[in-house]
Design a protein around this ligand. Structure first.
Ligand code: 5GP
Length: 192
């Protein structure tokens, strides 16, 4: 197994509350830095506009549990009642090839990855204000009921509190282009 001393690439972990703009930022990291985007396994249903194998590998609970039992996952977590996990092999291969491997995962998953890769570049994206976050979550409305929406918001607040303690970098997304530049600078300035 690859360990932190012989790998050549950079492992980047991007976290933040739902609706904060992580996906837009990730897209630019991939485009501009040629990063490998880690496609997670998830048991949640596929959303409108999402592609299986591109946004996620959409799997059954049984398939997820098999991957977990076979030690195929670098980390995993339960988010909003669904399982999410990072396939280990492609991340290790990207790093061994000297690439940036980008993981868009939650706080719990980030903790697990940092245990294996202590020098991972951990970046938390913050909303400028919580009211803005609430508005964005409303606007995105994925057909959730009020209770699910509130749950999402509560989780966002918990994640923000955790971020203050645990992430190496924090970037406020009040202007998407500025946030992208900041994240790219952070990644480029970190040694391999
Ligand atoms: P969504 O379902 O909205 O795409 O993602 C919900 C949450 O799950 C987000 O915070 C996202 O970062 C997180 N997530 C996505 N993939 C993974 C993964 O592989 N592992 C972990 N721990 N969290 C993930």
């Amino acid at each position: 197994m690859t360990n932190s001393s012989d790998r050549k690439g950079k492992l980047v972990i991007l976290s933040g509350p739902s609706g904060v703009g992580k996906t837009s930022i990730s897209r630019e990291i991939i485009r501009r830095l040629g990063a490998y985007f880690s496609v997670s396994l998830t048991t949640r249903p596929i959303g409108a506009g999402e592609k299986d194998g591109v946004d996620y590998h959409f799997v059954s609970k049984e398939e997820f549990e098999r991957a977990l039992a076979d030690h195929e996952l670098l980390e995993h977590a339960c988010v909003f009642g669904n399982y999410y996990g990072t396939p280990r092999r492609p991340v290790e291969e990207a790093l061994a090839a000297g690439r940036i491997a980008l993981l868009e995962i939650d706080v719990e998953g980030a903790r697990q990855v940092v245990r294996h890769f202590p020098d991972a570049i951990t970046i938390f994206i913050l909303p400028p204000r919580l009211e803005d976050l609430a508005k964005r979550l409303n606007a995105r409305n994925r057909g959730e009921d009020e209770q699910a929406r509130l749950k999402r918001l509560q989780r966002a607040q918990e994640e923000i509190a955790a971020a203050a303690r645990e992430y190496k970098y924090r970037v406020v997304n009040d202007d998407l282009n500025k946030a992208i530049e900041e994240v790219i600078q952070i990644i480029q300035n970190e040694p391999k």
